[in-house]
Write a protein that binds this ligand. Sequence first.
Ligand SMILES: Nc1ncnc2c1ncn2[C@@H]1O[C@H](COP(=O)(O)OP(=O)(O)OP(=O)(O)O)[C@@H](O)[C@H]1O
Ligand SMILES: [Mg+2]
Length: 429
Amino acid sequence: MPHLLLVESWVGAMGTLLPRAVTELGAEFTFLTRSPGHYPQCAPDGSPHPLRLGRAVVTAETNDPAAALHAARRIHADSPIDGVLTSCDYYLPTAARIADALGLPGPIPEAVESACNKALTRAALDRAGLPGPRHATAPADDATRLREAAEIVGFPLVVKPTDLCAGMFVQRADDWAALETAAGYLHRFAVNARGQRRDPAVLLEEFLDGPEFSVESWIRHGAIHTVGVTDKSLGGATGFVETGHMFPAAVEETVRTQLVATAEAALCAVGLDHGVVHTELRLTAAGPRIIEINPRPAGNQITELIRHVTGIDLPTVAVELALGDTPHHLASPPARQDTKRPQSAAVCMLVPSDAGILTSVDGTAAVADHPAVVSSSFKAAGHKTTAAVDNNSYLGSVITVSPDRAGARPLAENLLASISLTYGEEFTP
Ligand SMILES: Nc1ncnc2c1ncn2[C@@H]1O[C@H](COP(=O)(O)OP(=O)(O)OP(=O)(O)O)[C@@H](O)[C@H]1O
Ligand SMILES: [Mg+2]
C-alpha cells in the first residue's frame, strides 16, 4: 500500500478532501504535525475526522525544516514513504524539501519557494519578461523606505504581505495615510497563525483593475495540463474578499486562451515542474496579469466545482502526482459532452455585513433543500463574527450546479440572498 507523508494541513475543506483522496486511492498516510490539537478529532457528522484516519499522527516541530526532515527520515526508515504532500500554504516549501531530500516525486523546492513568496514570484516573472504591475518592497516599519517604494509604484496601490494567504492584510491604499495604516497592521502581525515568524517586508503593487480569474493546472515532468478557468467575485470590507467562484468561467474562448497562456507562462517562469497549481489573475485592459501562483489545489471548494462539471478531482490528482503516478482517472477523462453532467457549478460565500454575535440565521433549510444545491453549510446562532476583512470571516457557503453554462452563479447568489442574519451585541475579537 503506498504510504504518503502529510505535513500539516488546512483545517477547512482541503483538510478533508486531501486525506480522503489518499484513502480512496487505496493509499495510507502518516500525519506529521507540530500540534495535533490544532486539528479536529471529528467531522461535523461525529465520525472521525479524515486527518485522524492515517496510520499515525507524528508530532515534530514542522516550523523548523531540519526538524521536520529529521522526523520524516525516521518515519521513512520505519515504513518507507512514497510521497509527501501538504494542503497548507505555510508548509509547501517544507514538504517540497522533504520530498527532494528523500528522493521522492515533487516539485523543485526553489520553485515552490518562489511561488510561496509574493516578492520572489514578482522577481521571477520580471526575469522572464512577463508584464506585471509595478511593484516594490520595503520593511513594514520603515516609513522612508515605504515612501520610496510608494513612489516607484504610484497610487492607487495594493499593500500586501509576501507570505500570508486568505487575503489576510491585503489592502488597497489610495494615499500615504492608508498605506501607513496598512503597513502598521502588517508590522504588528509578526507571527502567523501557525507560529511562524513572518517576513518583515511588505510588498506594494500597482492596483490592477479588472475581473479576476484562476487557472487550475497540474504538472508532471514539466508538462503543464490545464484543467480550466474559474471566475471569481469579490467583496467584503477590503473589496478583496472572495465571495464566490464559478467553473467554468463565463468568458469568451479567446479570453480563456489568453488567461491560460499567461498562467502557463508564469508557471514556467517560477520553474514549477510537478504538482497541482492554482494561479490567480486579473484581466486588465492591457491583458491578463498574474496576482499569485499557489503550488497546491485551489481552496474555497473550487476543486469541488471542477469535479461536478468535469469529473476531475484535483485533490486526487495531487495525491497521484505526489506518489509519482500519472493521474489515473485522467488517462480516460470523462466525456466532456456528457449531458448528465452539469455545465456549470458555483460556490457563493456568506460574508458578514457586521461584527457581532449572530442571534439568528434563517432560511438555511430551504437553501439545503433546493434541487440545484449540492452542498451548503452555515454558522449557527451564537457565532461571533468579525468584519469581512479576509476569507477567514465566512459565515457559510452554498454550492450549486446548473445544466446551463454560466447558470450556476445566479442560482447560488439568489439562494444566499434568501438567508437572513440577525446580529446581536457588538464584540471585540
Ligand atoms: N496588484 C493587485 N491589484 C489589484 N488587486 C489585487 C492585487 N494584488 C492582490 N489583489 C487582490 O487581493 C486579493 C488577495 O491577494 P492575494 O491573492 O495576493 O493574497 P492571498 O492572501 O494569497 O489570497 P488567497 O490566499 O485568498 O488567494 C486578490 O485576489 C485580488 O483580488
Ligand atoms: Mg490569492
